[in-house]
Ligand binder design. Structure first.
Ligand SMILES: Nc1ncnc2c1ncn2[C@@H]1O[C@H](COP(=O)(O)OP(=O)(O)OP(=O)(O)O)[C@@H](O)[C@H]1O
Ligand SMILES: [Mg+2]
Length: 422
């Protein structure tokens, strides 16, 4: 008897995943082929073409906007990797070298930390403390010149920077090239004095449709114009995305196109590729747990319950009051209501705080948190004119939860709030 047969007998179980297949379902996996984003990729190339044609000639700033799971992160990473590879292959002695930085603002939460993270990639061991944001910006600018570099910085999930800090930081970054020549002139007597030189390019990823309205007017002129919108994926597009992940990670006999169809149609409502991929992964895990060699539609249906169409960490990263506020909205919506109004939310929030033994925040702070939840794409607020029996009832602000099953939110938040209090 061969050893493989023996081990098959021994385990008597074959996973639906191929060997190391699970890694293609991980959130940081970048597939070789990105589906249905050719136009968006082309726009990116067009905006940043000058990095290739005149690397130090002008600075570009672009914003990628799209709802959850529409490919902003994966496209920006793939673009950075492709550009790095291309410029490396074309590099001639004396040319500036290209450096790509990708920073996730959910994990790297302040401008100070963002800049030190970037500087540490240029100067290993760069100190984490001791410099102001202005000083760090100056050093970054000088290092780009000193090391003869051209850079592209991606600020992913930029919605997580605190509003005021974000506005100031983007303003400072949008003016970096104006400061650059002056700083270098002061520092390097040999600097050739090309005042238009710039070595810094910026790409911001946001879920906030109103991103540009949070910028001040001078930043809008450099950052607010270059928008690339990532629409939610359609059912057929989700089919292609999930199907190619299945090919990469699963045994061929373990699934069929009908199964992928079921997943695509369940995810269609959100147009969210992450949700679709995670659904397949969870269904596959369930099949493994039940020691089945086929993944079935029933596995998928069971998996739906455990997958939130938004990354769990988004909820985890909310502060306690943001969580309590979202919980109070979700509870109200639990009664099958399409929306709730702000006075109702206030009332519910007070009682949720009381239950949790936490002092409720003042109204202005509560409004600010509501805005944060909107910015993160968790709720939608709209001002509507209401009518009853043909008579105007005035304007009310309605709040809806992004299409997430409210029971799921309630469960997750209850756990998170309990954890944070224990
Ligand atoms: N066009 C595509 N082709 C193949 N896979 C894709 C495509 N778009 C997205 N994905 C996959 O879907 C998942 C979610 O994509 P991604 O993380 O880029 O979304 P996002 O827009 O950044 O979402 P968020 O707003 O939550 O940050 C990832 O696993 C990614 O690899
Ligand atoms: Mg992302």
């Amino acid at each position: 008897m061969s050893s493989t047969n023996f081990s098959a007998l021994f385990t008597n179980f074959q996973s639906v995943f191929i060997e190391a297949g699970e890694k293609v379902f991980a959130s940081n996996y970048i597939p070789n082929h990105l589906w249905h984003r050719e136009e968006e990729m082309k726009s990116l190339v067009n905006y940043f073409r000058s990095i290739i044609t005149e690397p130090t000639g002008s600075s570009r700033k672009v914003v990628l906007y799209g709802p959850v799971g529409t490919g902003k992160t994966v496209i920006s990473r793939a673009f950075g990797a492709d550009l790095t590879r291309y410029l490396r292959s074309e590099h001639k002695p004396g040319d500036p070298s290209f450096r790509f930085f990708h920073v996730n603002c959910r994990k790297t939460k302040t401008p100070h930390l963002i800049l030190t993270t970037v500087l540490r990639q240029l100067v290993p061991g760069f100190p984490l403390r001791g410099f102001s944001v202005d000083e760090l910006l100056r050093m970054f600018s000088l290092l780009l010149y000193e090391q003869n570099l051209v850079s592209l910085l991606v600020l992913d999930e930029i919605d997580y920077l605190i509003s005021d800090e974000r506005t100031d930081f983007l303003y400072a970054l949008s003016r970096i090239e104006e400061g650059e020549s002056k700083i270098r002139n002061d520092h390097f007597s040999t600097f050739p004095g090309n005042h238009t030189e710039s070595r810094f390019n910026l790409l911001c990823c946001t879920r906030d449709k109103n991103f540009r309205y949070h910028l001040d007017s001078s930043t809008i002129s450099s950052l607010g114009r270059n928008f690339i919108t990532f629409p939610p994926y359609t059912r057929n597009q989700l089919f292609d995305i999930v199907s190619s992940r299945a090919e990469l990670g699963l045994r061929e006999e373990s699934y069929n196109n009908d199964l992928i169809e079921v997943i695509a149609s369940l995810a269609e409502e959100y147009g969210d590729a992450r949700f679709a991929i995670e659904l397949l992964w969870r269904a596959a895990k369930l099949a493994d747990r039940e020691k089945k060699d086929q993944i079935t539609a029933e596995h998928v249906r069971k998996a739906v319950v455990s997958v939130l169409p938004i990354e769990k960490s988004v909820l985890e990263d909310l502060n306690t009051h943001q969580k309590l506020l979202l919980l109070s909205i979700a509870r109200l919506l639990c009664d099958n209501r399409p929306f709730v109004t702000t006075p109702e939310v206030k009332h519910s929030y007070m009682s949720v705080c009381e239950e949790a033994g936490v002092r409720a925040r003042r109204q202005t702070q509560m409004w600010a948190y509501l805005k944060d939840l909107g910015r993160l794409g968790l709720i939608q607020q709209e001002v509507e004119n209401r009518h009853k029996n043909g008579r105007s009832m005035g304007r009310v602000t309605t709040i809806r939860v992004r299409d997430i099953p409210v029971n799921e939110i309630i469960q997750s938040l209850n756990h998170l709030i309990e954890d944070s209090q224990s």
